[in-house]
Structures are given as C-alpha cells and as structure tokens.
Design a protein around this ligand. Sequence first.
Ligand SMILES: Cc1cc2nc3c(=O)[nH]c(=O)nc-3n(C[C@H](O)[C@H](O)[C@H](O)COP(=O)(O)OP(=O)(O)OC[C@H]3O[C@@H](n4cnc5c(N)ncnc54)[C@H](O)[C@@H]3O)c2cc1C
Length: 542
Amino acid sequence: MSPKEQKSEVDLFVVGGGINGCGIARDAAGRGLSVALAEMNDLASATSSASTKLFHGGLRYLEFFEVRLVREALKERETLLRAMPHISWPMRFVLPYHKDMRFEGNTPTSKILSLVMPWMRGRRPAWLIRFGLFLYDHLGGRKILPGTTTVDLAADPVGKPLQNRFAKAYEYSDCWIEDSRLVVLNARDAQARGAQIMTRTKVVSAERIDDVWHITTEDQSTKETQLTVARMLVNAGGPWVEEIIRNTARINSSEGVRLVRGSHIVTRKLFDHDKCYFFQGEDGRIIFAIPYETDFTLIGTTDADHEDASVKPQCTEAEADYLRAFASNYFKQPIPKDDIVWSYSGVRPLYDDGASSATAATRDYVLKVNQDGEAAPLLNIFGGKITTYRKLAESALEKITPFFPKAGPDWTAGVSLPGGDFPVDGVASLIQELRETYPFLDDFWARRLIRAYGTEARLILGDAKSIGDMGKAFAATLTEREIIWLMDKEYARTAEDVVWRRSRLGLRMSKAEIAELDTWMTNAGKDAGPMAKDEAPHIEAL
Ligand SMILES: Cc1cc2nc3c(=O)[nH]c(=O)nc-3n(C[C@H](O)[C@H](O)[C@H](O)COP(=O)(O)OP(=O)(O)OC[C@H]3O[C@@H](n4cnc5c(N)ncnc54)[C@H](O)[C@@H]3O)c2cc1C
C-alpha cells in the first residue's frame, strides 16, 4: 500500500453504490451536505441490478400484514413514475385464479384462515384474493395506474398461452423499473449536485477518531489508498452491511443481516402480449413471468438462504429447474431447458428479524444510528426495496440532519432524474421525434435510446446525420458515441458495465462481440472520466 494522503473532508461518507447508497447520496447532496460515495465495483454491481425490476407494493406482503411497507410502496410507484418516465412504465399483472391455489402456510393470514375456515387447508377463496386486490388498489391511492379487473381467460388474449384449466384471472397494476439505470441516474444526479462518486474504490477501514471518521479507501485497479475525513458514515453496503460494521468499522453490534438469494431465468419470448403473469405455486410461493427486452421472458424469483456475501450468487441448476417447472404448470407449452438464454441471481440484504423462513423475513427497511456520546455517528441501512429507495433516503436523512442543522428539507419528490423531464405518457412522441431528427435510427434503436436516456438521447446523438457519424459500430445498435457517453458520464469502465447494467444488450451479443467492446473500452478508458459537475446537461431542465 502506498502512504495515505489526506484527500478530502466531507460531511457524509456513503459506503456502497447500490440503490440505497446512491439514493441517499443524491438526497443529501441536494440538501447542501458535502458527500462522498465509494463503491468497490461498478455501480449496481450487486443486488441492485439483480432484482425482478418492479416498482411494486408487493401483493404477497399483505399476507404478512406488512401494511406500512405496502402502503408506502404503492404510493411511491406513481411519484417515481413521474420522475423517471423513461426507465419506468406501468404494467398489468395477470393473476390466474384456481380453487386449489395455496399461499405460504405460516403467514398471519394463513393462521387466521386455518382457524375460521379449517376446511380450506391453506387454499385461498376467490373473495379473499379479490379483497387483497381491493386493498392493493386503494391503500396507496392511484391517479395514473388503472385498478383491478376480472378477466375471462377463454376470451382474452392473455388466456391463450395458459392451460385450459384456468378460466378466470384478476388483472392489476404495478410498474417496471430498469433497476441498474436507476442507480446510475441517482449517482449522476448526486454528482451534479456536488457529491463525489468513486467507483471501483473499496472502503478498507473506517476508524472513529473522536467526532470524525477516518476512512481509508483503496482504488481497486491501482491499489492506491486515500484518506477521507467525514463527520458521519453511512453504511449502505447491502449484503456486506454486517461485514462493514464488524470488520471495516470494527464495531461490536448485535444487528444482523439475513442474506436471502433470489434467482431469475431469462427465456426466449414465451407469449405475445405486453402483460405479466403472477403465478401461485403449490408450495405457497409466487413467481412472475414478465415480457423482457422485447424478445425474451423473465421468470423469477426463488428464495434461499445465502450464507456468505463474499460468495457470488448464481442461479443453480436446481433453481432454474424449479422456475421452469413452476411456470410450466401454467403455460400450455412446457419450458424446455434450452429455452433459457441467461440467468442471474442476487442477494437480498434483509434485516434479521428472526423469521423462520427466507420467504417470511421482513422486506421492510430498518435504519439504525450507532453513536456513543459525542463520537462520530454511523448509520447502518438494512433491507429495503428498489421501490422504497427514495423514501428510505428521506428516512435516512431524517436521522442524518440532526447532526447537520443547516441541511435543507425533503426535496426529491417531484424532481426528475436525468433525462426524465417529460410527461409520463410522452415516450411514444419522444421516439417519433427522435426518428424524425435522426432518420437512420430504426424503431428498436430509437425506442432503446429513449427508454435508456429519455430527453438526453439527443445529447448522445448530437449532430449525427448518418450511422457513419456515430463512430465505430459495435453490435446490437451500440456505437462509439454511446459508449463514450457511458464512459464519460455514467461511470462505465468495462463491456460488462455496458452490456449487463447500463443496458441488457448482452442478450443480443456474442462473447466475441463483448470481448471486442471490452478491448476497445480498455484502450479508450485512458482518456475518459466521470462528468464534471458544471457539465451536467440536465440540471437546467430541472
Ligand atoms: C432476487 C431479488 C429480486 C428483487 N426484486 C425487487 C423488485 O422487484 N422490486 C423491489 O422494489 N425490490 C426488489 N428487490 C430488492 C432490492 O433489489 C434490494 O433491496 C436493493 O437492490 C438493495 O440495494 P442496496 O443498495 O441496499 O444493496 P446493493 O445493491 O447490494 O448495494 C450495496 C453495494 O455496496 C458495495 N460495497 C459493499 N462493501 C463495500 C466496501 N467495503 N466498499 C465499497 N463498496 C462496498 C457493494 O459492491 C454493492 O454494490 C429484489 C431483490 C432480490 C435479491
């Protein structure tokens, strides 16, 4: 290790560049605090790129009476949709009803039902599901999203791919979210508001010295170390939250995290409409089958305890078989193994509330301040959903601002993320305008750019008059201009960052094409750097 040099002094140092760390950094920077954030890999390289990608209330959490979480999440859906109509959009979910459908046996709802309706033996009557959906429609209030309807599966196109034993379904609303883009856009916005975002930078130690923290970070490529002095430390390490408490900050604490792995498979497209399915299994669990990236279907998720954050989660063969069998119980055509084109897995960093099963562990977030007398405070973040990240950040700031009396009030509700400064129903006209200005774009390419970058797509295309003006063409509509944007402004360093997190174009690229992009980026990377604060193009639009 090279000698430490004092690099900077900040109010707040955030460990972790997942959605929670980036959401908190953005909120805090917007209130006038000086903020630094360190992420040991790429932004969203852990759980925040491995979710089911839903802004949802979590219908099944009603079974656990997690009403606070469900209400907050339901309300949040439309606030978030308005702030990012490029990377989030409404979706309809079809829940096929069958009289034998079961939910998990140890939920509070199951226990009550087995007392009052013992003959049901864990099955759910249709009225109960309808009641749950009634609550779901009304708990959080809706202005944009349509409410629940009943669907005749024999007549509606959504019934076509399903087995004939399903006659009726309920259809309700939630929203899609491009999870890893959400993280990057929060990081960019935080930086535009003054935060320092350091990727590939690991926090190797955090030492409490009286009323400040001395934080040592290590650049993961050069191995150089730096010291930052901060008045408060925020531990948003996700699956590593406990490891950071015990081994990085070396604090004795009884707080624990429960690591629950969830895997997804991606198959070739299994049905020809844009609605999702919500399937109930015989084991009481639920999974989704979701239209994905135009030509694919996303199926997930599983729930399994995961022992060690340092073990990279992977979708096991048993999990992939389980998901295929589960969905094949509903679809007319069973899903063969070779329909799977990709799989991914992530670890939920849930607060350890001593729940008996991984499925039952609380999905709500828990924020704990650790402070002894006048010593510098530490805020530990446990749990949380992508859906509640903005509210989680506000709650975190509620714990942080007492230490910084000059910090501003809540501000993030109603403020667009970069590229999201257009109406919720404005995507189609943005695509059309883009195609008119840049006639060399086909529909797929224009749609992809608007969905990823919103109003900023034009900044990437600039003065291009033809494909040739976009620089080197890689594959699947990726060109040099876009890669340079991603490296300059969105912290991308490797092909993996680009094809699996800034986009999912890896689904359409060969190994050789990805390797070629990686080599190109390694060579180009020498000149690239993240956006300087005064270059932030979206800020005038806010
Ligand atoms: C399978 C699955 C499906 C899900 N589906 C949904 C869904 O549909 N909707 C929803 O709302 N939520 C969903 N979630 C929940 C949601 O994804 C997580 O709650 C959220 O992503 C957690 O974010 P985070 O920032 O806390 O953690 P992470 O994204 O894991 O971020 C923590 C970061 O800290 C970094 N880090 C750790 N230690 C250090 C260190 N010493 N120095 C520097 N950096 C460090 C890590 O590299 C990591 O990037 C799902 C979760 C899973 C696993």
